[in-house]
Design a protein around this ligand. Sequence first.
Ligand SMILES: Nc1ncnc2c1ncn2[C@@H]1O[C@H](COP(=O)(O)OP(=O)(O)OP(=O)(O)O)[C@@H](O)[C@H]1O
Ligand SMILES: [Mg+2]
Length: 428
Amino acid sequence: MTEEKRASAPAGRGAPARSAGRALTPLSLGQVQAPKVKRLCTGIGEFDRVLGGGVVPGSLVLIGGAPGIGKSTLTTAALANLAAAGRKVLYISGEESAAQVKLRAERLGPHALEVPIVADTDLEAVLATLEVERPDVCVVDSVQVLYDPALTGAPGSVSQVREVAGRLMRVAKSRGIATLLVGHVTKEGSLAGPRVLEHLVDCVLSFEGERERTYRTLRALKNRFGSTNEVGVFEMHEEGLVEVEDASARFVTEATRAPGSVVLCAMEGSRPLLVEVQALVAPSELVPPRRMANGVDRNRLALVLAVLARHGGFSLGSADVFVSVAGGVRVDEPGADLAIALALASAAKGIAISAEKPLAAFGELGLTGELRHVAHADRRTAEARKFGLERIVHPGDGVTTLRQALALLNSSVEEGSVGGEAASARAA
Ligand SMILES: Nc1ncnc2c1ncn2[C@@H]1O[C@H](COP(=O)(O)OP(=O)(O)OP(=O)(O)O)[C@@H](O)[C@H]1O
Ligand SMILES: [Mg+2]
């Protein structure tokens, strides 16, 4: 609960409701003048793709992310590229002093040093600057630290954030300034501030990743000008955020061929992405045993474990189970089920699935142990083939149940494509 001061009531409240406004003339949509606007390319391919092909002039984009994830780095780099392309840009830093922003810009290269900056937190001053400067694109870092002295409430409080965003929007829309708002996220991972902020802006982007890992993903939660399915993958380097264009190649070459490793053909938006799912099954002394999920949903893991026990003959009730997606990537789709199940089965048996090339898999597990089709099967298999993965287990491949998929696992063992551990396990 936050206290809000009541604004003085407009005169005439309580009088009979009669509009004194000027009547508007409706126009058919065909008559509405809409000049074709060209999107502004930030020069960061992954960022442009997530935005739907670049920043729309006059649009408001909210970029949320955990502390230190790289929001300022990404937006500074975008402004640097836009400035180099001859666009007028402005960086409004409320969180860091100009000197601190300069230190970051030095890492990012010579173009970044050409970005003009103002460091202030007073909303009136910021709005006046925007009116005078009229940049094509500006960055407000962050929307939570700007404040309107006329309002009560600390910076970042609900009323302040709502007012700040609303007034920035009015200036941005009327002057055609594309505005990138940087926003904080709460401990739970949602954007801090009122929900109305997300309704107000045109795009909500979320920058995710674990700070200790190098890979970060940018995804759109809302986009009035493009699909929300796109995902950009970045890596943090000395010289800033570097786009990972061929993420699949990275993850596949990094994939181990040890027991418990399966390559998942996932879809990240409209793009197929190969990631390695790793599982570890170890005897437990705990009751109940540990279930750790990293990069996959805990509830999905619980479901896969239950289906494995009931329909696959793998009862892991007395074992600690760890599942993780290598590289710190998060896959939130049902298509990951089969890969998780196969990784768990392989880990439980201590058998490497394939000696030379990792096994690829995708498909959803039903509660009755059947395999269900998932979207874009052709693109997933094409991506796996592209990286030389010949063995792909998926529901469209004549495999209709989990049991059949697990049998394939066993047969690959018989064929001799077995790791050393498996051979010794069998000998034992
Ligand atoms: N020299 C460097 N080499 C590699 N990575 C660096 C270097 N300096 C900083 N970083 C990375 O940049 C990150 C900080 O980036 P940035 O300031 O853009 O994050 P932010 O999301 O804006 O953070 P905040 O929430 O504090 O504003 C650090 O977490 C660190 O991982
Ligand atoms: Mg920052």
